[in-house]
Ligand binder design. Sequence first.
Ligand SMILES: Nc1ncnc2c1ncn2[C@@H]1O[C@H](COP(=O)(O)OS(=O)(=O)O)[C@@H](OP(=O)(O)O)[C@H]1O
Ligand SMILES: Nc1ncnc2c1ncn2[C@@H]1O[C@H](COP(=O)(O)OP(=O)(O)O)[C@@H](O)[C@H]1O
Length: 209
Amino acid sequence: MNNNDETKNNVFWHQSAIKKEDREKQNGHRSIMIWFTGLSGSGKSTIANALQHKLFEKNINVYLLDGDNLRHGINKNLSFTAEDRQENIRRTAEIGKLFVDAGTVVLSALISPFEKERLNARALFKQGEFIEVYVKCSIEECENRDPKGLYKKARKGEIPHFTGIDQPYEEPKNPEIVMDTNKLSIGESVEILISYLFDKAGLLLNIKE
Ligand SMILES: Nc1ncnc2c1ncn2[C@@H]1O[C@H](COP(=O)(O)OS(=O)(=O)O)[C@@H](OP(=O)(O)O)[C@H]1O
Ligand SMILES: Nc1ncnc2c1ncn2[C@@H]1O[C@H](COP(=O)(O)OP(=O)(O)O)[C@@H](O)[C@H]1O
């Protein structure tokens, strides 16, 4: 029997006395996973951070899971091979699911370059609970920005498996939102996201007791 079979046979699910809906009601807003994906330097962290700040000011319970930061802790044992990126995304999606269950609006900012893994992440959530935001930016512009000097290093062959250089980035097929940061300013991107969340996704709950 492998570990998976042991888990299936001997581990049971305990229903929580407090449901996600109870937490959402107490908070006055829905809990949602907002999944940013895009090349390094496309603007994921910058936009997600600015959005986080706007939501925090509006008293929304919000938390940002940044790929770089997770790789300092829970994901510190993972490299950038396709296999390890897959595990990186799986763990992050599971963490996001816990945060959503806890009533939080979760933002994640990971390159998450493969469509299959992003679909697996989406599959953990209910319909309408997972919002994929493709932060679209040409590789030329990302390389021009190069905020951490990583493209320069990758071009010199100092960073293996670098996304967009010697590892592919698969564009999302059906993202809820596409932000073209070649054209949009940071402020414009944040405004588009705020409108989507409040007007389309119904973030605020209309609670009448
Ligand atoms: N080989 C390689 N390819 C891409 N990126 C690299 C690599 N090595 C280190 N970095 C730095 O790691 C950040 C990406 O980590 P992620 O966890 O978001 O990647 S992934 O989702 O597992 O693909 C990425 O952060 P962002 O620039 O914010 O995207 C880089 O700072
Ligand atoms: N229109 C824009 N939208 C987002 N970021 C931009 C834009 N124009 C320039 N930038 C800059 O590009 C860099 C993007 O870096 P970062 O947010 O770390 O990207 P990522 O998290 O995708 O790697 C930042 O230095 C940011 O200030």
